[in-house]
Design a protein around this ligand. Structure first.
Ligand code: FES
Length: 234
């Protein structure tokens, strides 16, 4: 365990977990730890942080088999912390990227506005490296449903649009010796209960009834281009 480089948010989460009840009463959103899932590639081999292409949309499912997340190598160090707030006014601090270059971040891909998410057929939400006619911000996660935009270098802070809170951050653990990555929890405003309620039938069709099944010990990472047939651009 001493070999592992935990992101500070994760360390803070472990420390805070024991005091979660008191912290919530004080208006803080404490990290929520889930069973660890090692990130693996399309062949099932452990993914190494150095393999991750910069500024590409990668997707995996965590902490449930049906809940999509973005894995992003932003291509630059993300070392600054961000103080954020959930829609119900609980504050929390996101501590930055992981990996040797501190450039790797992960977020729930469920839009905090009305829960748009990447399916096999279509995705309205993705990371955009470039600005566009409808998107004056570059380097954002943009949801084309109603144009919520999130800053992945600042804990997915809302930059524009109707989203009432940041995307929930996925807590990553990076093993400095093996360069492997694992997902271990979430930080911020989870939308999973609303997501399951809204899309219960659809998710059952997409995931063979395993909607609320845990991701398991491994989470397969794929390019969004390969996962999803059509990406809406805006
Ligand atoms: S669902 Fe994403 S902006 Fe409305």
């Amino acid at each position: 365990m001493q070999r592992r480089e935990f992101i500070r948010a994760c360390a803070a989460g472990l420390a805070a977990a024991g005091a979660a009840h008191g912290a919530q009463a004080a208006g803080e959103a404490t990290p929520r730890l889930y069973p660890r899932a090692r990130l693996v590639d399309a062949q099932g081999k452990p993914l190494r942080a150095a393999q991750l292409p910069a500024q590409r949309n990668l997707i995996f499912h965590y902490p449930y088999q049906s809940t999509p997340c973005f894995l992003l190598n932003l291509g630059r160090p993300v070392t600054g912390a961000a103080t954020l707030q959930t829609a119900d006014r609980r504050s929390y601090e996101w501590k930055g990227g992981v990996g040797a270059g501190r450039s790797i971040v992960a977020y729930s891909a469920i839009c905090a506005h009305q829960l748009a998410y990447p399916t096999r057929e279509i995705s309205f939400i993705s990371f955009r490296a470039e600005a566009s006619a409808r998107n004056k911000h570059a380097q954002v996660i943009h949801c084309c449903a109603e144009h919520s935009q999130y800053d992945p270098a600042a804990g997915a802070r809302v930059l524009a649009g109707p989203a009432p809170q940041p995307l929930a951050a996925i807590l990553l653990e990076h093993d400095a010796k093996t360069d492997q990555l694992s997902a271990v929890g979430t930080l911020g405003g989870e939308m999973f209960n609303q997501f399951f309620a809204k899309y219960e039938f659809k998710l059952a069709m997409e995931h063979g009834g395993a909607t609320r099944a845990a991701a398991g010990g491994e989470a397969r990472v794929t390019e969004l281009d390969h996962y999803c047939r059509q990406q809406v651009r805006c």
